[in-house]
Design a protein around this ligand. Structure first.
Ligand code: ZN
Length: 253
């Protein structure tokens, strides 16, 4: 059994956008409903999924979808891109707080707002004793500085890690897991030891080799596991076992 620890299949709008942008369309638009995505995941042995919230409203959508499916879990998060204007109010029982973090990809104009949002979300994780799902882009120094004020935050994954070997090591030193998705199959990014990896897709984006250009989906977790088996010169089953145990341990699912 495999787990997709980070997907957005509850978010139909994002899937429609990704489909409109896809360079290779092997399926039609109607094949990307949450139910069909879930069915294809199951056919490919991806038996548990975590739907990731990116705003208050989106998190509620993730919650409502997860509540109808035994093998779907959800997280409550407000993405740093929402830092200009956001609402926070945890309703329901998520398995994590995220995705949260800092993102300086489009400049640092709203840095103060991003700090404020991140601090509020870290407090929420601390108060509810929940693990965190971090999205950090070009902002690791500031991220570690904010984290120092929250010493109780010990359980987390840095999702879609694509930074330097130094920041990978610092994340590992914090005790965090690292989320590995399709990026690893086509970009040169540093990878942690297997016992610190969670598999994810971040679908509908970042489809792995050999699905580049297609809309990404949880079923493709299999391709990422395959890539890692080759990279670590081990078996698919070993990758499956270790990453599934890691994910179940972190999120208690
Ligand atoms: Zn995401």
């Amino acid at each position: 059994m495999l787990i997709d620890s980070h997907c957005h299949i509850h978010d139909q709008d994002t899937y429609e956008f990704a489909f409109s942008r896809a360079q290779r369309k092997t399926l039609s638009a109607e094949d990307y409903t949450p139910e069909k995505l879930l069915a294809r995941a199951e056919e490919n042995d991806v038996k548990k999924l975590i739907c990731i919230g990116t705003s208050h409203e989106d998190s509620i959508k993730a919650r409502d979808f997860a509540e109808g499916h035994e093998n779907v879990f959800w997280s409550y998060g407000v993405h740093p891109d929402e830092a200009e204007k956001y609402q926070v109010g945890l309703e329901g029982a998520p398995v994590a707080i995220g995705e949260i973090g800092l993102d300086y990809r489009n400049g640092i104009g709203n840095r103060e707002n991003q700090f404020k949002l991140l601090e509020q979300m870290l407090q929420l994780a601390q108060d509810n004793d929940l693990p965190c799902i971090f999205h950090i882009r070009d902002a690791f120094d500031d991220f570690f500085a904010v984290l120092r004020n929250f010493p109780e935050i010990k359980r987390a994954v840095v999702h879609s890690f694509s930074d330097s070997p130094e920041n990978l090591q610092k994340s590992l030193n914090e005790g965090f897991y690292i989320g590995v998705n399709g990026l690893a199959t086509f970009a040169d990014i540093p990878l942690p030891p297997l016992d610190r990896i969670l598999l994810e897709t971040d679908s509908p984006f970042l489809a792995p080799v050999p699905h580049r250009g297609e809309v990404d989906e949880p079923a493709f977790v299999k391709n990422i596991a395959n890539f890692l088996a080759i990279h670590y010169q081990t078996t698919f089953e070993e990758v499956e076992k270790i990453t599934t145990e890691n994910t179940e341990r972190l999120f208690k699912i």
